[in-house]
Design a protein around this ligand. Sequence first.
Ligand SMILES: [Ca+2]
Ligand SMILES: [Ca+2]
Length: 146
Amino acid sequence: MSNLDKMTANEQLFTELTPEQAAVVEGGAFKLYIGSIEALKTGADPVGNDEPYLVLNGKRVWTGSMSTGDPAVNFKNNLSVEFDQIATVSLYEDDGNHWYNRNDFIGSFDVNPSQLNLGTVYSKELSGGGSKYKLTYAVQVSSGPF
Ligand SMILES: [Ca+2]
Ligand SMILES: [Ca+2]
């Protein structure tokens, strides 16, 4: 963690996980699963790959490195958030958030329990900052402790 002192206060609030790790934000009657993310067009990073990252209800849960046309990343049901009324999905492109090079906001959308429909996979396109991504997601009932 020698780079810790270089991180901004904002970044220290977040935990970054690889897609292979379960990233579950707990608490709620419903569960939103992010199925996949695909880079339809990158460009939010003028130098190389985009570093897209996903925020579910305010918690950063995944960071990737993607370029236009890369195969979609399949989260295999490991990326989810429990919620009662609204789950907010936000996508950004990471630049380290320096004063001279801010992270780009690509887009966000809200999911509510009316989208509960077992077996249905929704898709959503988000574009901003010069990039365009496609997300798939599904809403299920949370399996509670009882
Ligand atoms: Ca950028
Ligand atoms: Ca970047």
